[in-house]
Write a protein that binds this ligand. Structure first.
Ligand code: MG
Length: 384
C-alpha cells in the first residue's frame, strides 16, 4: 500500500502539531509531503527535519531564507495554498480568515480538504460550496462536533430527508454558569483556560464567549445543508458526546470519545476507513456521568448573533467572523473587556451592508469592510 500524502497548512499550531502526532503513530499509512506556517519558522524547521517534506511554505518573507538554509532538501515557497499541488490530503489548520486560499485551492485541485479552519467555510460559504463538486474534491471536517455529525450521518441512507435535528454539543467553556455581571472584568488568562480542550488562543477565547459554537452552527449548515431551525446547541460540560443527529423516527445517534483532537484529525485523514490508533478511547468505569443543559443565550450573546448572521446569509457570516477576529485580537491585546467582544460583533452586524458574494474577491472585500468597521467601533469604545 502506498502511503497517503499529507500536507499541513498551519503546522506549528495546535491542530498542526497534533496532525503530526497522528502521522507519527501511523507511519506506514501517511507521509508528510508538505508543511506550511505563517512565521513560526523554528517550529517548522524542527518538524521538517523529522518528517522530511518535499515542500515547505513560509508566508513571512523575513523568515523564508532561514527555512531555505536549514532545509536544503525541501523546496521553500511563499504561498501555503501551493501545498495542495503535492498532496492527496490537505489539513487546513490555519487560524482565521487567512485560511481561505488554502480551502479554495485544495478544492480546485480536486483534493481532500481536512478542514480545521472553520472560518473559511463560514465566511465564504457561497464561494466554497460550488467547489465541493470539483471532481476528486472532498471536504471532511476536523472540527470535533462536525466530525461527530459526519459519523452519525453515515448510519442513515438518505440523510438529508431522514434528519430531523442536528444537536451540537458545547462544553460551555471556562465561564459556564457565570452571570453577565460577574464576567464584566475577567482576566485574559481566565478566558484562556479551557476546562476540557487544549487549543490555540483564538478558538479558546471563542469558546469562552460561545462564538465558537455559534460559528459551528453556521459551519454545520454549510457542511450538511441542515436548516438553522433544525440545528440546536446543548451544553455538555464533560465534552464526551461530541454531537448528535436525531432522525425522523426519533432515534438519536451520538458520537462519544474523550476530548482529543487527534481523533477527528485521524478520522479526516482515513475516511472512509479508520486509523488503528485509539485516540480518545473511553474508560467507561471511570467516566461517571454525562450532563446536558440549555445554553445561556442572555449572558453568551455571541451564540444568538451567529444564528442571526447565518439566517441572514450572503456575506453576513463573513462580517460576523471578521468582527469577531478583530474583537478577539483586541481583547488579547488588553484593548477590550470580555463582554465587549459580543458588543463589537453586535454593532458591526447592525451596520451590515449586504454585498456581492460570488467570488473570492467579493468575500475578501466583505471581510475587509467588516474589519474596518470593527476597528472603528473598538477605537470609539476605547476613547469613551
Ligand atoms: Mg469544535
Amino acid at each position: 500500500m502506498t502511503a497517503i500524502r499529507v500536507a499541513i497548512a498551519g503546522s506549528s499550531g495546535s491542530i498542526g502539531t497534533q496532525t503530526l502526532d497522528v502521522v507519527r503513530a501511523e507511519r506506514d499509512s501517511y507521509e508528510v509531503v508538505a508543511l506550511g506556517v505563517g512565521s513560526s519558522v523554528d517550529v517548522l524547521i524542527r518538524q521538517a527535519l523529522e518528517f522530511r517534506p518535499k515542500v515547505v511554505a513560509v508566508a513571512d518573507p523575513a523568515q523564508r531564507a532561514r527555512a531555505q538554509q536549514a532545509l536544503p532538501f525541501a523546496e521553500v515557497v511563499a504561498d501555503l495554498a501551493d501545498l495542495a499541488d503535492v498532496a492527496d490530503v490537505v489539513v487546513n489548520a490555519v487560524v482565521g480568515f487567512a485560511g481561505l486560499p488554502v480551502t479554495v485551492r485544495t478544492l480546485i485541485a480536486g483534493k481532500r480538504l481536512a478542514l480545521a479552519n472553520k472560518e473559511s467555510l463560514i465566511a465564504a460559504g457561497p464561494v466554497v460550496q460550488p467547489l465541493r463538486s470539483v471532481p476528486g474534491a472532498e471536504l471532511v471536517p476536523v472540527d470535533s462536533e462536525h466530525c461527530a455529525v459526519h459519523q452519525c450521518l453515515r448510519s442513515s441512507v438518505a440523510s438529508d430527508r431522514e434528519v430531523s435535528r442536528v444537536v451540537l454539543t458545547a462544553s460551555g467553556g471556562p465561564f459556564r454558569g457565570r452571570s453577565a455581571a460577574s464576567l464584566a472584568s475577567v482576566e485574559i488568562a481566565e478566558a484562556l483556560s479551557h476546562p476540557t480542550w487544549k487549543m490555540g488562543p483564538k478558538i479558546t477565547i471563542d469558546s469562552s464567549t460561545l462564538m465558537n459554537k455559534g460559528l459551528e452552527v453556521i459551519e454545520a449548515h454549510e457542511l450538511f445543508g441542515t436548516p438553522f431551525d433544525q440545528i440546536e446547541v446543548v451544553v455538555h460540560p464533560q465534552s464526551v458526546v461530541h454531537s448528535m443527529v436525531e432522525f425522523t423516527d426519533g432515534c438519536t445517534m451520538a458520537q462519544l470519545s474523550m476530548p482529543d483532537m487527534r481523533l477527528p484529525i485521524g478520522y479526516a485523514l482515513a475516511y472512509p476507513a479508520r486509523i488503528g490508533t485509539p485516540f480518545g478511547r473511553i474508560d467507561w468505569a471511570c467516566l461517571g456521568r454525562l450532563d446536558f443543559e440549555q445554553p445561556d443565550t442572555v449572558t453568551f450573546r455571541c451564540l444568538p448573533l451567529a444564528y442571526a448572521a447565518g439566517r441572514a446569509g450572503g456575506t453576513a457570516p463573513a462580517w460576523l467572523s471578521a468582527a469577531n477576529e478583530v474583537a478577539v485580537e483586541a481583547f488579547l491585546a488588553g484593548r477590550l473587556r470580555w463582554p465587549q467582544i459580543a458588543d463589537v460583533c453586535d454593532e458591526v452586524l447592525q451596520r451590515y451592508e449586504p454585498g456581492a458574494d460570488t467570488t473570492v474577491d467579493d468575500i475578501i472585500a466583505a471581510d475587509a469592510r467588516a474589519r474596518s468597521i470593527a476597528a472603528e467601533v473598538i477605537t470609539i469604545r476605547e476613547a469613551s
